[in-house]
Design a protein around this ligand. Structure first.
Ligand code: GNR
Ligand code: NI
Length: 188
């Protein structure tokens, strides 16, 4: 396993359209392992392969990334004995994902992106979707999604088409966000 470099705007690779996975081999497993390690390290709740420079239709998502070990942890910092139940990791892989019947109802969510660091903005997307995708063995799955999972999957699917969340903003807001990022980089 290895942490890979996350590419950032304005890298032109982020505008590439990713191609379907056709071979479900060990190289694909290594890519997915590296994507999880990179995402947890960042940290983020999702990552598309193109964000590590690989133009394949592969996504990883974990909405509960802040777990070290899933066992309850005992502690007695204030003289009492406690058991913390850390949130359990929920790693999910989506290969060649598709969105079916997006709801007419939309929701606003404050989004961020590891490829547009430190910029956050509200994006409107369908509240619920049905998703179809393949797993690492090439088997097909379908599931209804809502809430943060629906938002995150749509954000990640956009990456496969070369679209970033800032592309959903007005030109004025997008340019303001990119200017702010340039400024932040100068002081960093
Ligand atoms: O870590 C991430 N958080 C996030 C928050 C709201 C909506 C989407 C996301 S995805 C983002 C990681 C990322 O850039 N994935 O492509
Ligand atoms: Ni992103």
């Amino acid at each position: 396993m290895a942490i890979r470099e996350i590419i950032e705007v304005p890298d032109p690779r982020l505008k590439q359209v990713s191609v379907p996975v056709e071979t479900f081999d060990d190289e694909l497993k290594t890519l997915v392992d590296d994507m999880f390690e990179t995402m947890y390290d960042a940290p983020g709740i999702g990552l598309a392969a193109i964000q590590v420079g690989v133009p394949l239709r592969v996504l990883v998502i974990d909405l509960q990334p802040d777990d070290e070990d899933a066992e309850p942890v005992a502690c007695d910092h204030d003289g009492h004995h406690h058991h913390h139940q850390p949130t359990k990791k929920e790693p999910r892989v989506f290969i060649n994902p598709e969105i079916l019947d997006p709801s007419e109802e939309h929701t606003l969510y404050q989004e961020g992106c590891l490829s547009v660091p430190e910029i956050y903005a509200e994006v409107e997307r369908p509240s619920r979707i049905r998703a179809r995708w393949q797993d690492l063995a090439g088997n097909t799955h379908e599931e209804d999604m809502d809430g943060l999972m629906a938002t995150c999957l749509q954000h990640e699917m956009d990456h496969l088409e070369g679209v970033l969340f800032i592309d959903h903003l007005s030109r004025l807001k997008r340019n303001m966000a990119l200017k702010k990022l340039e400024k932040l980089r100068k002081v960093a």
